[in-house]
Design a protein around this ligand. Structure first.
Ligand code: NDP
Ligand code: MG
Length: 424
């Protein structure tokens, strides 16, 4: 049977890797829908190559892109904005949604896919950081399937017992004897550089990842190790574990993609070349396997595999993520929002790389004060009475997507203020 696939975030790095595999298996997979945002030339080329039935772009680009498709003689429905993405995610014709939009922009469509009971191949870790409980509940309630594309989580998934993989049972059940998860991290481009060098790092130095080729935001997150922090939170939700049951270890070679430790002393690890086509092919074909064009590991060539404990002073974002996970969902939403704003400011050369942790920490502190003193509802009312969003009724409990978006919005405002302080 042909699987109909929607690739949301098709113009990005994960989109590239996914489509390169799909192109090799036209009988098994039909590219039914695509989405892009800023890179519309690239999206047009993808539409020419894959002939999707539907495509999503930003709301204000629908007309322009429809005209370009017409001129190119491509027949394809164009939908716009968040509503368009949600509509594709819930489309009855879609079997599998590849959630590869970066950041909070991917949350709503990922959640919609879960509510529509889809098979979701999840790259957008920010969706779980912001809405982990809501997402996991929606998956469960609607019979959706969630398969991780993030290489570490995909590795852990592969090292878990089949019954746990198939969501027939919980990871905690004592008969499986799982005692810990080990998330590996490359340590990024500054692993062997001083904090001082990190302070003055340029954007091009920060995004030059030693082992992986990725989008700009995740590359900056890897340089600060915020990426590993987000992945720690992602793993807690995906595998239903406490943060204390997940260790992070730096493994500069990026050959072991993560490990599961069992109570008898066994460590099961998944290894391979650092190439996202491996986890993507795994999730696409699961429980079968397909080739992905990935270079085989040459074990004779591999010299040493190193493992190092992370320096939490240098990589303060990793500690902030662990603290936020312990503090609860409001804190993880705040951390994600602050980080997106801070990373954007770094990419625009408004703040330094080390300011990112500073901004994230300060926003967490201020927002913690506001949440504990119940100032959020008042502040949101003040803001919404002056804005177009009149629907918000945040009352301190986080039960809906709207509740999450209120905290996200307030944290972004706070983060912008911190960015301004760093610049002055
Ligand atoms: P890229 O920046 O390469 O791609 C991001 C995609 O999201 C693009 O298609 C982009 O469109 C789209 N996009 C950006 N902003 C919006 C918006 N406001 N609304 C709708 N679409 C938007 O990122 P990556 O592919 O590297 O990462 C995607 C996700 O996967 C992230 O969450 C990342 O953490 C995760 N991930 C990535 C890995 C990697 O190796 N790259 C590994 C593990 C996880 P356009 O380009 O047209 O502007
Ligand atoms: Mg990863």
């Amino acid at each position: 049977m042909t699987q109909r696939i929607a690739v949301l975030g098709a113009t990005g790095s994960i989109g590239d890797s996914t489509l390169s595999i799909l192109a090799d298996y036209p009988e098994q997979y039909q590219v039914y829908a695509l989405s892009g945002h800023g890179r519309l030339d690239k999206l047009l080329e993808l539409c020419q190559q894959f002939k999707p039935s539907r495509v999503a772009v930003a709301e204000d680009k629908v007309k322009e892109f429809s005209n370009r498709l017409k001129q190119a003689n491509i027949s394809c429905e164009v939908v716009g904005g968040q509503a368009g993405l949600d509509n594709i995610a819930a489309d009855a014709k879609v079997d599998t949604v590849v959630a590869a939009i970066v950041g909070a922009a991917g949350l709503s469509s990922t959640l919609t896919a879960a509510k529509a009971g889809k098979r979701i191949l999840l790259a957008n870790k920010e969706a779980l950081v912001m809405a982990g409980s809501l997402m996991m509940q929606a998956v469960k309630d609607n019979g959706a399937t969630l398969l991780p594309l993030d290489s570490e989580h995909n590795a852990i998934f592969q090292c878990l017992p089949a019954a746990v993989q198939q969501q027939n049972t919980r990871i905690h059940e004592s008969c499986y004897g799982i005692s810990k998860l080990w998330l590996t991290a490359s340590g990024g481009p500054f692993l062997n550089k001083s904090l001082q060098l990190m302070q003055t790092a340029s954007v091009s130095e920060a995004v030059k990842h030693p082992n992986w080729s990725m989008g700009q935001k995740i590359s900056v997150d890897s340089a600060t190790m915020m990426n590993k922090g987000l992945e720690l939170i992602e793993a807690c939700h995906l595998f239903d574990l406490d943060e204390s049951q997940i260790n992070v270890v730096i493994h500069p070679q990026s050959i072991i993609h993560s490990m599961v430790e069992y109570c008898d002393g066994s460590f099961l690890a998944q290894m391979g070349s650092p190439d996202m086509r491996t986890p993507i092919a795994h999730a696409l074909a699961y429980p079968n396997r397909i080739t992905a064009g990935v270079k085989s590991l040459d074990l004779y060539e591999l010299s040493a595999l190193e493992f190092i404990k992370p320096d939490l002073q240098k990589f303060a974002c990793l500690k902030l993520a662990r603290d936020a996970m312990r503090a609860g969902q409001a804190a993880t939403i705040v951390l994600n929002a602050a980080n997106e704003v801070a990373v954007e400011a770094f990419i625009k050369e408004q703040v330094s790389l080390t300011d990112i942790a500073l901004i994230n920490g300060r926003v967490l502190d201020t927002m913690h004060h506001k949440v504990s003193n119940n100032l959020m509802a008042k502040e949101d009312q003040l803001l919404t009475s002056n804005s177009t969003n009149k629907n918000s009724n945040f009352n301190g409990n986080i039960n809906t997507l709207d509740d999450i978006l209120v905290i996200d919005k307030l944290a972004r405002i706070e983060a912008q203020q911190e960015v301004a302080k760093c610049r002055s």
